[in-house]
Design a protein around this ligand. Structure first.
Ligand SMILES: Cc1ncc(COP(=O)(O)O)c(C=O)c1O
Length: 448
């Protein structure tokens, strides 16, 4: 493809508002023009390993013709139709049926949106609807966690536990509360008589009691915290969370936007701890990022509230693009490939290889922690290993490592001083080794 790169960049600066926008970041943007497998190419001829599957989503890798063809086939039939009550379309029905067979056993009903934020707002509203339909109208509060990321629509932004997302938009909405993350590397328990995981989960009980159980609708958590810094909980954390939610009649929403569809080596993240939530939100990997699709899954208990509502008190929730036939057709094709090629097992195997490689970097002076589950790993940098003292934020150590990685052909994201890796499931073993080697060179280079 021939492009006048200067012209494109000028037009970008003149006209395009980007996510997390600031013009300073658009001075020398990556202009991505091509992808193949786990590799990405820029318009100026550079090639990169796609270390985060773009935004954790391109699980099947770039350039999958089967997905293109699934979209074309559906668009040639009918690209879009309404799915509002009284209408339906075949790919959406088939996708919901397929998800029922893959998701947690009590999950048999699915609603589609266009992405993760919409999915989480849908889940939050559905939790409120659930209690409202039982006459428990005060049960509206949502408890989230520090470092949780759930998106930027108003509800999802308010559930997000990264305060940088709130203040410039009038603050988070009332009724959204946050507890500490289980964060094994940094969690300090005030209760030495129980395990760290249990102590971290017990913070939910304390928050419910503080707010009043009659006011709390739901707890929302990512099985593995992603964008907030790749935090894998202790094994006893989620089983205890489930007990607490049961005890106080609080719904448990699992935000599986990153962890759903194989990222952790299982179809869904909570399978690792044999815990079932009451609702899930999903997006990203359901179409391998090829088209925008997200949604929520409902346990049978939650679905009953929708099914049994009188028509004039129905679940008044909808998006124009809910159950978009073309997006659902690509979703079906994605799930088919995941199964046919055994890619979820591959994500588990490759994740172990990646984590093993990264653990070799733990001897470096500035590497405080290396962690991961499945094909999502994080490396946390610290100024002092013994005390776990972080670098002063003014040093921008994580950003310096990221830049050194770019120079060596690896693109991925950071959260502060945590470097995160979650490549496509089709990444080669050689590219896993190469990513580890690049990071191994970039960290000391950034420290100089
Ligand atoms: C766990 C999680 N939930 C929700 C979202 C928001 O999804 P979207 O950007 O599609 O709205 C993200 C996005 O990164 C995410 O990682």
């Amino acid at each position: 493809m021939t492009v006048d790169l200067e012209k494109i960049i000028k037009a970008d600066q003149d006209h395009l508002v980007h996510p997390l926008f600031h013009p300073n970041d658009q001075k020398e943007p990556f202009v991505w023009v091509k992808g193949e497998g786990a590799r990405l190419h820029t318009a100026d001829g550079r090639e990169f390993i796609d270390g985060l599957a773009c935004l954790w989503n391109v699980t099947l890798g770039h350039g999958r013709k089967e997905l293109t063809q699934a979209a074309v086939r559906q668009m040639e039939q009918v690209a879009f139709v309404s799915s509002y009550a009284g209408n339906t379309n075949i790919p959406a029905v088939q996708l919901a049926e397929k998800l029922s067979s893959l998701c947690y056993p009590s999950f048999n009903h699915f609603f589609f949106a266009s992405g993760g934020g919409e999915a989480n707002d849908s889940a939050i509203k559905t939790a409120r609807f659930f209690w409202n339909s039982q006459g428990r109208r005060e049960k509206v509060k949502i408890i989230g966690r520090e470092y949780g990321y759930h998106g930027v629509t108003m509800g999802a932004m308010s559930a997000t536990g990264l305060p940088a997302y709130w203040p410039m938009f009038g603050g988070k909405l009332p009724g959204f509360v946050h507890i500490a993350s289980p964060y094994p590397y940094r969690f300090v328990s005030e209760n030495g008589s129980v395990s760290q995981g249990r102590a971290a989960a017990d913070l939910l009980e304390a928050a419910i009691l503080q707010e009043g159980a009659d006011t709390v609708a739901a707890f929302i958590a990512e099985p593995v915290q992603g964008a907030g810094g790749l935090i894998v909980p202790q094994d006893d954390y989620f089983p205890r969370i489930r007990e607490i939610c049961n005890k106080y009649d609080v719904l448990f929403i699992a935000d599986e936007v990153i962890t759903g569809f194989g990222r952790t080596g299982r179809w869904f993240g909570l399978e690792h701890w044999k815990v079932e939530p009451d609702m899930i939100s999903f997006a990203k990997g359901i179409t391998s990022g090829y088209l925008p699709l997200g949604g929520i899954g409902l346990s049978d208990r939650v679905y009953r509230a929708l099914a049994e509502a009188p028509p004039d008190r129905r679940w008044m929730h909808a998006f124009t693009y809910s159950a978009h036939p073309t997006c659902c057709a690509v979703g079906l094709a994605t799930l088919d490939i995941l199964e046919r090629e055994g890619l979820i097992e591959e994500a588990g195997r490759k994740g172990k290889k990646l984590l093993g490689g990264l653990q070799q970097l733990a001897t470096l002076e500035t590497v405080g922690d290396v962690r991961g589950l499945g094909l999502m790993c994080g490396v946390e940098f610290v100024e002092d290993k013994a005390s776990k003292k972080p670098f002063p934020s003014s040093q921008k150590f994580g950003a310096r490592v990221q830049k050194e990685c770019y120079r060596r052909g690896l693109v991925s994201r950071i959260q502060g001083d945590i470097y995160m890796l979650a490549p496509p499931f089709v990444v080669s073993d050689a590219d896993i080794d190469r990513s580890v080697n690049i990071l191994g060179e970039a960290i000391p280079a950034a420290a100089k």
